[in-house]
Design a protein around this ligand. Structure first.
Ligand SMILES: Nc1ncnc2c1ncn2[C@@H]1O[C@H](COP(=O)(O)OP(=O)(O)O)[C@@H](O)[C@H]1O
Ligand SMILES: [Mg+2]
Length: 317
């Protein structure tokens, strides 16, 4: 569906997107994650034809963005990271306004508006003034208008930014529903839990570079071949350490009071063998814990910083 090849963008001498290549297959719900300033918005704006790349190419549905720009733009819907100000405009007028930009007939817009509003959980709100909607509702209205021309690809830049938890869940449900209806979706976010829960594939961006990309399960596997095991010991520490040292493929990271932290390669069974070996050796094991590998720990490894938490995203703009 989307092919990005060696894409670069400079702002003056600063490189915001550095030689990025990426393929998003049809039907994917692709999450684009990375800290603020990573280059997500810049990439998305190039994908949507709003910003001209300095190098590289973008193809959507087999058509090059530069050559068939208008046709390509028609095949995608874009939800920007800001909503805009719409004084004295009703929801139905907002939809009419955008529908007319796409060249859709008034009668068709009116017909589609009801269906689209229902799809984004804004049923029967045609007569409501846009300015009176909550932030979450505005974001979903933005999704509805991006769907007016029935694009195959929907691109959303930080759609959950500044939303309260309930509004985030609603947005997530709308996007997962659209994806199940066959839309390919690209969503950028610095909120990892949203991405982890809804996306089928993910790209991690840092300082303009795509640090990792692929199917969610493959990406999570990247860090999984190394396990951190945290073992609390209730008997002689010396004996426990001696025993652990003799285990194959196990490296002791640190030893503190009654706790040993191990680093080892291998799958679940290999971890089980360590546990069994310790427990049958006479060492008293108070607890045996495996540090969880999730998108968050991977993000920290790849970007060297903690992801923004929920609190940080609630400030709004
Ligand atoms: N118009 C611009 N002029 C100069 N620098 C910019 C401009 N837009 C973005 N940048 C810089 O490019 C980098 C990437 O920005 P952006 O694509 O907005 O990242 P993200 O969306 O991941 O937060 C940032 O360091 C930002 O300061
Ligand atoms: Mg951004």
């Amino acid at each position: 569906m989307l092919y990005i090849d060696n894409l670069s963008k400079f702002y003056g001498r600063f490189i915001a997107v550095n030689n990025l290549s990426l393929h998003v297959p049809e039907g994917d719900l692709f999450g684009f994650v990375g800290p603020n300033g990573a280059g997500k918005t810049t990439t998305i704006r190039m994908v949507c034809g709003l910003l001209c790349p300095d190098r590289g190419s973008i193809k959507i549905g087999g058509n090059s963005m530069s050559v068939y720009a208008e046709g390509v733009k028609n095949s995608l819907g874009y939800v920007p990271d800001f909503f805009g100000v719409y004084d004295n405009l009703k929801v139905k007028e907002y939809m009419e306004f955008y529908g007319s930009i796409y060249g859709i007939e008034d009668s068709a817009i009116a017909r589609m508006t009801g269906d689209l509003l229902e799809l984004v959980n804004l049923k029967n709100l045609e007569e409501q003034y846009v300015d009176t909607l909550s932030r979450g509702m505005k974001q979903r209205l933005c999704v509805a208008r991006a769907l007016l021309h029935n694009p195959k690809l929907l691109v959303l830049d930080e759609p959950s930014s500044g939303l309260d938890p309930r509004a985030r869940i609603e947005m997530k449900e709308v996007l997962m529903n659209l994806n199940s209806m066959g839309k390919t979706i690209i969503i950028s976010s610095h909120i990892l839990s949203d991405i982890a829960e809804m996306c089928t594939s993910v790209g991690v961006m840092n300082k303009g570079v795509l640090a990792a990309a692929g199917k969610m399960e493959d990406i999570l596997q990247l860090g999984v071949n190394r396990n951190h095991l945290i073992i609390e010991v209730g008997s002689s520490m010396e004996e426990a350490v001696r025993h652990v040292r003799e285990l194959p493929e196990v490296i002791i990271d640190s030893v503190m009071e009654n706790r040993i932290i191990l680093n080892m390669q291998g799958d679940d069974l290999a971890v089980n063998r360590v546990m069994i070996s310790l427990m049958t050796s006479g060492v008293v094991v108070r607890s045996f814990r495996r540090e969880e590998q999730n998108l968050e720990t991977l993000f920290m490894k790849l970007t060297g910083q903690a992801p923004a938490g929920q609190e940080a995203s609630q400030g709004g703009r």
